[in-house]
Design a binder for this molecule. Sequence first.
Ligand SMILES: NC(=O)c1ccc[n+]([C@@H]2O[C@H](COP(=O)([O-])OP(=O)(O)OC[C@H]3O[C@@H](n4cnc5c(N)ncnc54)[C@H](OP(=O)(O)O)[C@@H]3O)[C@@H](O)[C@H]2O)c1
Length: 323
Amino acid sequence: MLRALASLFFYARFFHRFSRVGLRRRQRRWQAYSTRLDGQTWLVTGASGGIGAAIAIEAHARGARVLAAARNPDKLAELVLAAGGSERMQPLQVDFSSVSDTRRLVQALTASDERIDVLVNNVGLLLDRFERTLEGHETSFVTNLLSHFVLTEGLHADGRFTDGAAVINMSSGGMYGAPLRLSGMAASSARQHDGMAAYAMHKRAQVELTWAWNARWLGQPRVYVMHPGWVDTPGVRTALPWFRASLRRFLRSADEAADTALWLGSTRPPIAADGGIWLDRERDPAHAFAMTRKTTADAAQLHAFLIGQVESSSSARFEGAVP
Ligand SMILES: NC(=O)c1ccc[n+]([C@@H]2O[C@H](COP(=O)([O-])OP(=O)(O)OC[C@H]3O[C@@H](n4cnc5c(N)ncnc54)[C@H](OP(=O)(O)O)[C@@H]3O)[C@@H](O)[C@H]2O)c1
């Protein structure tokens, strides 16, 4: 009952920002920008469906070479078809719920001397049921956060980013409901697992990680965190059918949700010292409620926690991050 009331309050509070209504309002302030991406390489994770596919298809249409990473080979083949069978749309079959598979992707990109202009850490899911990977992690934790960490740190350590490159972390407005807390982020049993709360914490952690990376890497690459608003995608249809049913008319399309990632990757605005999160080409505050500022961990502790989680997946020391 309490949770239902909290959800109702949350949806009412953010309706005018996260729904299509908010998009329409902000669109009026948009200005034209140079959209061509010829000669650039974009790596998009979770690229075979929903928002990731919309970003991949549009980046390709604007001239970029797109490395499209996702799990399902049939859906990846459809994506290549949607790009007219173009060689500039390159499918990469990767399971981002696996640390070792993500590390293999980094190794493969390094071995083939890839240079990345824009990385979009888009893959993510809300998983209500408790599910453990073969490596012993809770599945949504790896997919939403740990794989982003391994991929981005690995590419950075291997010098894969071009000068002036951008990393775009796809968070969620759900993070407005969660403080950064390391406990509860990666449950080890079904009893501990609360899918919705864990998702919000992963998405809050992406915000913190963004600022940790900017502090460490000083803008090479520039790291942005954004959220797409409320979007009608296969993921929402599966994870939140009641939400989709009640707000369907007000949800954004995947193409609309892709806009901010394409704009950030094209224009690469300076990193602001006071953080924030991007939505509809504007930077919003990272907190909407005082309670989410009350954290039990800071960005440095999150970074150390993630290194520990990577190392727990294998006996090998994690080479990506230099504490
Ligand atoms: N939709 C929204 O309203 C909304 C709101 C806020 C934030 N977001 C965020 O936006 C991002 C995209 O969401 P979406 O709604 O577009 O999701 P979606 O419709 O579920 O699409 C997710 C994509 O990721 C791939 N994927 C899922 N698990 C994977 C794995 N383990 N390894 C590799 N690829 C995997 C899926 O393809 P395969 O399953 O075939 O691999 C698919 O291409 C997520 O980070 C989500 O949290 C979405």
